[in-house]
Ligand binder design. Sequence first.
Ligand code: HEM
Length: 478
Amino acid sequence: MLLWVAVIVVIVGALFIYFNAFHGRESAFQIAQRVTQDIVVRSVPVVAQELYDKQRKPVIEIPWLDNNEVQQCYIVNDAAIAKEIFESGSNFSTRFGDNEGLRRLGMHSHGVIWNTDYSSWHGTRKCFQKSLSADCLNSAIGVAAKATISKFYELDNLVEAKKNVDLLQILRSITLEITLDLFLGIPVGTLEFSKQLEIVDRICKYFEAWSYYLLRPPTMYDESQTKIHDKSVENLRASVTELNTLAQKSSDNFAQFIDSKNLEDHDQCILEMLLAGTDTSSVSMFYFFYAIADEQESKAREWIDSELKSVDALIKISDGKLSKPVLDKLSVITAGLKESMRVKPVGPVALRKARATVKLQNGIVLKEGNNVIINLASIHAAQSKFSPPHQFRIENYLNDELELIDTPYFQPFGTGQKGCVGQFLAMIEMKSICYHLLSRYEFRVPEGSPTLLTMETFWDVANQPKDDLPLVITRKNP
Ligand code: HEM
């Protein structure tokens, strides 16, 4: 009897495979596998944008292979729907990712960024938020100034030698120093420049590992690649251990908060502060500098120069230092930073998982476990105010008096319970860094280089330039 059952199962199975092969029909699993594979190879933002360009639909549904199970995934291209999801309390406050990959990155049920264990994430996020207090934001202006001025020596040497500058690396080392100072109590100037660059390089390599492991099913691993990425994760962890020995805990810094909570993922939290706090702002600022370094942007540069002059006059009559009210006067620089985050958002997609079944206002039902890709890049470009949509136009955020104006839906930091913890710090530090660099130096895109529009970028969880793009640097009024 058992033998007959086995024979029937084999025959039915063989017929099923033959039927599917003969008719070229794929199972739901195979379709999800194929789609996931395509996205893993070509990246989420590229495929999401391609689908949007073809279909122009507010929500596009695709099958996804999520930890070996078929799951629906919704790509959201509409501002109102994105807002509804972002603001839907805890319903979308986790992300989707492959568990094995997250384990290898140290993020599985650990840290804050991709921690899918809601209660552990919630407690950890509070530590991050607490450390970004008003005091922290206040001291950020001065710390950012110090970290930027400390790079003048390297930059002046390049000017003197008439060499081009890898500005992105300089910006990364500045934001690294700021993060170490504000959150670990390691003062600016403690680490040699070469040591800063070593850590910056390790952060970039971790990002590569992150994008490799995040969504890739383990069946798609390549042994030689996994070895490289495991090593990158190990290297950044080693840097965190080293930084821990230098950390100075004070009553209100991050190092103290996570220490006192005895978190078993203490080091992962520090590692994630380095990831989240450095690359995003450096890359966003780089796009801004690159845009205005273009020959075509002479008008924007003129506006910036006159803004810097009037701000300098203000600083002279106050206590000689950059302060929050003075930063608030940097409308043109703020507009430029916003426009760079609109045209080339460093986080072009926000990935979320539904924790409960939710019916959206347009009738779409997202079931518990469904995945969501909020396509911030297409949302930022699609609104009629921005025309042509992909062109950098600093005036998109300014009125005729060069004052900042309200803009349509703009969420480069995401929002809601899982939105960016560091968005206010990011704006403060970026403005302070830009003020100091733009007051002293002029940057130009060398002839033959791509423009911001034609520059190739790739998604390593953060969207960054594919190639090194050195800029010509000169001193203003030397
Ligand atoms: C221009 C600079 C920055 C940009 C564009 C940016 C953008 C983003 C985006 C898009 C997200 C995901 C939001 C979502 O899913 O809704 C995010 C998350 C996050 N950001 Fe930022 N960020 C920046 C700077 C910073 C800084 C300076 C810090 C820390 C000091 C920081 C800390 C974080 C953390 C911890 C998360 C994860 C929050 C969570 O998942 O609970 N970010 N950021």
